[in-house]
Structure formats: C-alpha cells, structure tokens
Design a protein around this ligand. Sequence first.
Ligand SMILES: Nc1nc2c(ncn2[C@@H]2O[C@H](COP(=O)(O)OP(=O)(O)OP(=O)(O)O)[C@@H](O)[C@H]2O)c(=O)[nH]1
Ligand SMILES: [Mg+2]
Length: 421
Amino acid sequence: MTQQAHVNVQDRAIVIGVGLKSEPLSEIKENLLELEELVTAAGGEVVGSLIQVLPQWNPSTLIGTGKVEEIAEMVRDSHATVVVVDHQLSGVQQRNLAQVTKVRVIDRNQLILDIFAQRAQTFEGKLQVELAQLLDQMPRMVGAWLESLSRQGGGIGTRGPGETALENDRRRIRERVAIIKKKLEGVRKNRAQHRQSRRRHEIPSFALIGYTNSGKSSILNRLTGAQVMAKNQVFATLDPTTRKIFLPDGPPAVVTDTVGFIRKLPTQLIEAFKATLEESSEADVLLHVVDLSSPNMERQIEVVEALIKEFNWSDKKIIHVYNKCDVAPLERQFRVKHYPRVFVSALTGQGMEQLKKLMANTVSEMQTDVQLYFPRTEEYKIFDLGREATILRKETATEGTVCYTQLTPNLMSRWKDYLVK
Ligand SMILES: Nc1nc2c(ncn2[C@@H]2O[C@H](COP(=O)(O)OP(=O)(O)OP(=O)(O)O)[C@@H](O)[C@H]2O)c(=O)[nH]1
Ligand SMILES: [Mg+2]
C-alpha cells in the first residue's frame, strides 16, 4: 500500500502559521518561512500565507472559525489547491478544515513525509518512509472513527458499515506496519554487520549531522571526492552514504553523510528512520555542520543540539563545522561559541585542510603512541599492522624491527604481545 502524495508538483498552496500567545511571534514567523521552503521542496508553489496567534487551540478546527472563513476566501481568490498548516492536525480538524475551504488540508508532518516519499531512493529508504506515513496515519484514523461513533449516537450496537470499513483499514495498516518492521529489521542486521566489520578493523568513523541544507553532502563530496547529490533544497539527502577518507598522517577513516534535521521533526520519522540514525549513533566523532550564512543559525544549532540529546549522543566527540563561510558576513564568526570548531566553505574549498587536520587530531586523541618490536621471524606482520594503523617510523634493531605507531584501545589489546612501550 503506497500513500498518495499530499502535495503535488504545481500545487498552489496557502500556508498557515499558527502559535499560542505564549510563543514568541518571531519564532512563529520563522517556522512559517521554513514551511514555505518545505512546500517548494515538495514541488508546490506558495500563493498565500497567513498567521494566527491564539490563546488556546480549537479542538475542532485548530484555529478560530473566523480565521477558517478567511482562509476559505483566500483559497477562492488565489485558486489555491491545498492548505498547509504549520502544526499537527488531528483527523477531525483536518476534515473540518477541508470541508470549509473545499481543498485538501495537510499539516507540517504530512508535508515532510511527502518530501521524504518523493526523495526515497533505496529499498530501505522507501520502507522507512512508508512506515512513517502509516504511523502518522493511524491516530488520524482513530480520531475520524471516534467522531463517526459520536455522530451516530455512539455506544455499542450503533456500528455502521463505514465504521467496519475503517476497522478493516486499521487492521490492514497494522499488518502492513508489522511486515515493514520485519523487513527493516533484516536491512538493519545487514548494516550492523558492515559496521561491525569496520569496527573489527578499527577504522575511525565520522558522521556528518546537522540542519537540513547546511551543506553536509557538499562537505562529504569535498572531503572524499564522493558524488552525492548536493542541492539547494531541504532534505536532498535521505539515504546514508559512507566513504573512505585519508587524513593527514592518520589511519584511514570513514565519513557518513545522512539525512538532515529540521525543527518539529515528525516523531514517526524518527521512529521509522532508526536504522539510518544508527549510522550516526555508531560514529566515533560527529561533524556538526552549521550553515554560518543562515539568519536562523542559532535556532538551527539549538534544534540539532536538542536532537543530539534526544538520541543520547551527548557523550560523543563533536566537531563544529561552520560552513558557507564564503557567503556569511565575517562578524558572524565571532558569534559562535563551540569548540572544537572550524570555518569552511564546501563551495570554495576554504578551510577543508584545517577540517581534515582537526579530524586527524581527534582520531589521534583516541590513540596512544606506542612502539612495537617484531622479531625477524615475525616481521611479516608489520604489513598487517600497516593496514590497521599508520606506522610513523621503522627502526632496525637487533634481530628485528621496532615500529613507532599509534593505536586505539582495541588495537592495543590485539598487538599487546609486541608492545615495547
Ligand atoms: N555558498 C555556499 N553554498 C554552499 C556551501 N556548501 C553547500 N552549499 C550549497 O548549499 C546547498 C545545500 O547543500 P547540501 O550539501 O545539499 O546540504 P545538505 O546539508 O546535504 O542538505 P540535505 O541533504 O538537504 O539535508 C546546495 O545548494 C549547496 O551548493 C558553501 O560552502 N557555500
Ligand atoms: Mg545532503
């Protein structure tokens, strides 16, 4: 069962910003601008926008009834084909709003899920998106179902045929959810095996994380010569890509580029994208990419930091990579507070060598300087050592060779028999 897209190419959208009186208006406005970007990313065109600040939410329409009428009028005047609300809508609210405006009404979550559905390329990505959509759909259906009950007077014995259909739908969805989860489990195991083999070889790993459109893929391409699609668009990347990188004087490492973050990331997406997020969870070091040129930089950092906490990554080593230096006013560099940090431009290549050095330093911090002695009969093992660690220097000693190298704790225990110091 695949979901129909809620926003289609050439959709004319009216976007509605909403918030409670307790929220700062500037934030409601920022969120709305972002919602407009999301509409564009989904292929739609924004033809109107409107903000309402309320003392409290209206359970049947979310916003005030007067405002709903105003929206209906805007829809007529601008020939809009869809209304997008910057807040989660219940099934009931969604239906009521659609009835008055006479067009499709969707919320931020559905819009983000739509974009993900358009972008998903891999088998795993598609499964994850479908799972997120189903998880998003279920509570909406329950709402509609309860409402149909109450309209019929409610209670046992008043079950109509429509309701049976709904129950059937719900059962089908639950079954589909179970099937997808099982398939994803298979993919996840496979991926975990790959990671384990990397770990066995003790290859240090980095994960690029950050707000969507901050330049993660561009940085991966710069660092590793990869050719991941980088685009001026939110959520250009969905599926993770891992590439090898050669750091100055360091052992080979890998860098993974994954899906970006956004404020109000749908919880169903987080749940469904567990496997993708695990790629970052397993990384030794996080490269938090920040768009230094964005007027919303501080807010975006906050959003990413909140997610880092939510995913329990707070104990990881984090390097802050301030990107788009080439277009950011210089004084912005003085406003950043995080260490270790580096200012780069994936576009011009500026700062990339510093970034690599910083990455190499971080790797070597995880390692200890050691000397290993190989008696002549075992000198052939130096070749193996060279594959797992960088040999800084070799010295011929009596009856063998001494190698100067740096080892991680795991490698240390593997080579302990040859340890001199
Ligand atoms: N001026 C400038 N633009 C950049 C720089 N780095 C990336 N961009 C542009 O920013 C946009 C987003 O870049 P991506 O690399 O796709 O960003 P991302 O973080 O991977 O985005 P998602 O995958 O959508 O989350 C693209 O249009 C890039 O060309 C930079 O250093 N300077
Ligand atoms: Mg990307």
